[in-house]
Design a protein around this ligand. Structure first.
Ligand SMILES: Cc1ncc(COP(=O)(O)O)c(C=O)c1O
Ligand SMILES: N[C@@H](CCOP(=O)(O)O)C(=O)O
Length: 465
């Protein structure tokens, strides 16, 4: 299996090379050159298997022998051993055709753990084999940061820098990152938005000299291995609800488009995915895109679902690559138009094509609070402000011919206690391993929104290490 760039100009890489490269050298994102496909029989045979076995079957074709099966199985078992629920990703029916898949039972209470627990171990395995070290600079709107730190802390081959937008993540999210004092972890609160953080990360990758000097790698979902690991839970949900003999829809609270892209990938691999609902908050660029075919940038506004306060969704590029018939120069032209003029339009025929699968829905803060409250009263389920957007979007948009829709519950309500308490009157408790989070000492650097200063910091730490 080779990985190719969405911009069409970078060399095709093997799995281990794509894992370490993160962003392609032409600024694009890696994708498998061909989607591996499972037959109906192979999908049927996943039903009833342990979660880790489903992960193994889903990721094996992507890894394509780079890691021997025995070692890969060990990596997978180890990655999910610390999850607090025996099912790892439990499914709950909340009404006739709607289910919720809880993706927040990992160590940092968000769906990011599914991919990052694997990613940390994959880095470790490949780096030891190659005798290399890497520097990771990651951007977070709240959840990737702690999951990446948890996965990479104390690893000898990795130095990790995490940028979060200063004052724009919840206090629990910030403390989950800034109370980790491992020698290889640096937290930076940037005076800017998540989009600024993500732009700086991409700019560091696009500075070939800097990238090579520090041996830069990525924990964000620009890294293909992140998406690969997330595809597994869509298969797990699908087969639990009757796939391949019954079509399935998914409703996904969306920011950087990585999670919903993993659902799309599952569809390309043979899972009968018949509808994908993209949920957004008031930062609704994606919802507006699906409604109109036009992607138009607005300023980012803080919301009650801060992890989705994003306007430039990096993984949208992967979908665009398929929509533009895998033409790298067309992708580049569209994205340049968007970055330079704040807008690009999809041709009507392609827009209609995308609407065969995708729908989108937005909730503002007031609706988010009222939905958390409604579901709590009606069902006893306490949703966080991101997950509730998926559930409300599913209820609003499920098509008549979709027999089962699974909403991705992406974070534990205790990560957002203020919003959840305001909506429901209940303050959700942090699990035991985080009970003293507010007593732990924090360590982070507040920094201007300045790429040069950031690069200097990374370079100076490297020289001092
Ligand atoms: C809790 C939560 N829900 C939803 C999202 C959006 O997911 P994605 O960026 O994969 O679209 C994020 C951030 O990624 C998140 O942290
Ligand atoms: N919502 C994310 C933003 C980064 O997304 P990623 O999936 O590309 O890592 C976060 O919580 O940090």
């Amino acid at each position: 299996m080779k990985y190719i760039s969405t911009r069409g100009q970078a060399d095709a890489l093997n799995f281990d090379e794509a894992l370490l490269a993160g962003l392609a050298r032409d600024g694009g994102l890696y994708l498998p050159e061909k989607w591996p496909e499972f037959s109906a029989e192979e999908i049927r045979d996943m039903a009833g298997k342990p979660y880790t076995e489903i992960v193994f079957r889903v990721v094996k074709p992507f890894i394509d022998g780079v890691i021997p099966d025995k070692d890969l199985k060990e990596i997978i078992e180890d990655s999910y051993a610390g999850f607090r629920h025996t099912a790892i990703a439990p499914l709950k029916q909340i009404n006739g055709r709607i289910w919720v898949m809880e993706l927040f039972h990992g160590p940092t209470l968000a769906f990011k753990d599914f991919a990052l627990q694997m990613l940390g171990r994959l880095f470790d395995y490949i780096l030891k084999k190659r005798g290399e070290r890497i520097t990771i600079v990651g951007a977070t709107s709240g959840d990737t940061g702690s999951a990446a730190i948890e996965a990479c802390r104390d690893r000898d081959q990795i130095d990790i820098y995490i940028l979060h937008p200063h004052g724009r993540v919840s206090e629990v999210q910030r403390r989950q990152m800034t109370t980790v004092t491992s020698h290889n972890v640096t937290n930076i609160a940037l005076e800017g938005t998540f989009d600024d953080c993500q732009d700086h990360v991409k700019a560091m990758f696009n500075d070939q000299n800097f990238r090579d000097t520090v041996n830069l790698s990525a924990v964000n979902s620009i890294n293909w291995a992140r998406i690969m690991s997330q595809i597994a839970y869509y298969f797990a949900a699908g087969v639990a609800l009757g796939a391949p003999d019954r079509p399935i829809g998914f409703s996904v609270p969306t920011g950087n488009f990585g999670n919903v892209f993993a659902a799309y990938a599952a569809g390309r691999m043979g899972l009968p995915v018949s509808q994908l609902v993209v949920g957004s908050n008031r930062n609704d660029i994606l919802t507006r895109f699906f409604e109109t075919g036009s992607m138009t940038m607005n300023p980012v506004e803080p919301s009650l679902s801060p992890s989705m306060d994003i306007q430039v969704s990096s993984n949208f590029e992967r979908l665009l690559f398929d929509l533009l018939d895998r033409d790298g120069s067309a992708v580049e032209a569209a994205l340049n138009a968007f970055r330079e003029g704040g807008n690009f339009d999809l041709e009507p025929e392609r827009h209609q094509r995308v609407l065969r699968l995708f729908d989108a829905y937005r909730l503002d803060d007031e609706q988010t609070l009222s939905m958390i409250s409604d579901y709590y009263v009606k069902t006893g389920e306490l949703f966080d402000p991101h997950s509730v957007i998926a559930v409300a979007a599913a209820e609003a948009k499920i098509r008549d011919d979709v027999p089962a829709m699974v909403c991705m519950a992406t974070a534990h309500p205790a990560k957002f206690p203020d919003a959840v308490c305001k909506a429901s009157g209940v303050t959700p408790e942090l699990p035991e391993h985080m009970a003293d989070l507010f007593d732990r000492e924090e360590k982070y650097t507040v920094m201007d929104n300045d790429l040069t200063k950031l690069k200097d910091l990374v370079l100076s730490r490297r020289r001092n290490s």
